[in-house]
Design a protein around this ligand. Structure first.
Ligand code: C2E
Ligand code: MG
Ligand code: MG
Ligand code: MG
Length: 293
């Protein structure tokens, strides 16, 4: 009986693995076509100053609508793109599109949306000649490097160590700022942050989600914020969904936030409309003043 159960479990496992492999293969095939047909777009999510609700910047996020099968999240296709190497052309597209969008806003006489965060995957980051290619792109599109901030995750550093730090330094020499994304989810020690040429960190959504109900969650965020402040880093909390989370973050000394509480990622046109509108909710004397922590 035990053996029978074991076998049927094995079959289920096998079937799931086959389905998963097939799914990834389909994404890969579609992804290749998507790159050729330029089916990708970028959306932009506001990064807001907690104190006054002012727009501090935006994060560019890839959006892909498959001709068959509808929208598919970058959380799903970026890892496939990374594995297959397609990420280098997708990443190049995203970066170029951000630069072109900045000049479109500029030409339309719109205010710049502050610093634009661009996610750079590990493979793209470690691609030989990336800093040079970026320099050429900035030149060609007339982009001010100070308008850009590249987001990388700790995994790049863990995998590529000092080589990654060299690339970071080269990018920073170009005038591009750097942010450590999903901070706290890697397994690296907090101490090494000091050695990195980053000027900001993003507290991962999973820690923000734990802020309201669990004391450990608050303790973790408190220590990330205090470490970051000591090192003179700008700290952005991601995935802020409730006023209470915003209040707690502000009380812990975090100054910037991003999340559905303020706005989801939106198209470039929708963002442009937002730029002229009223500030976002704030913790300091604004809409949410008086909210208890
Ligand atoms: P990320 O860089 O950590 O981006 C934040 C993700 O959280 C985005 O998911 C965003 O839509 C989502 N988010 C924002 N606010 C909230 C909130 O309040 N609640 C919840 N539950 N989620 C929120 P998205 O757009 O699906 O992107 C997922 C990941 O895909 C990104 O995580 C990033 O790692 C990757 N990605 C997206 N665009 C690019 C890109 O252009 N290049 C590269 N290499 N990776 C990208
Ligand atoms: Mg990011
Ligand atoms: Mg995250
Ligand atoms: Mg993130």
């Amino acid at each position: 009986r035990a053996k029978e159960q074991g076998q049927s479990r094995f079959k289920v496992f096998n079937k799931r693995m086959r389905e998963e492999a097939l799914r990834l293969l389909t994404i890969e095939t579609d992804l290749r076509r998507a790159v050729e047909r330029q089916e990708m777009r970028l959306h932009y999510q506001p990064v807001v100053a907690l104190e006054d609700g002012g727009l501090h910047g935006v994060e560019a996020l890839l959006r892909w609508t498959r001709t068959e099968g509808g929208d598919i999240s970058p959380a799903e296709f970026v890892p496939v793109a990374e594995d297959t190497g397609l990420i280098t052309s997708i990443g190049a597209f995203a970066l170029e599109e951000v630069c072109l969008q900045l000049s479109r806003w500029n030409e339309a006489g719109l205010p710049q949306p502050g610093v634009v965060h661009v996610n750079i995957s590990g493979r793209q980051f470690m691609q030989p000649g990336l800093p040079y290619a970026v320099e050429m792109l900035l030149d060609r599109t007339g982009t001010d490097p100070r308008a850009l901030r590249f987001e990388v995750t700790e995994s790049v550093l863990m995998r590529h160590g000092s080589q990654a730090i060299t690339v970071m330094a080269q990018l920073r020499d170009l005038g591009i700022r750097l942010c450590l994304d999903d901070f706290g989810t890697g397994y690296s020690s907090l101490g090494y942050l000091k050695r990195l040429p980053v000027d900001s960190i993003k507290i991962d959504r999973s820690f923000v989600a734990g802020l309201e109900h669990d004391r450990d969650g608050q303790a973790i965020v408190r220590s990330i914020v205090s470490l970051g402040l000591h090192l003179g880093l700008e700290i952005v909390a991601e995935g802020v969904e409730t006023p209470t989370q915003a209040e707690i973050l502000a009380s812990l000394g975090c100054r910037y936030a991003q999340g559905f509480l303020y706005a989801p990622p939106v198209s470039a046109d929708d963002l442009a409309a937002m730029l002229g509108a009223a500030p976002f909710p704030s913790t300091g004397g604004g809409v949410f003043a008086g909210g208890s922590v």
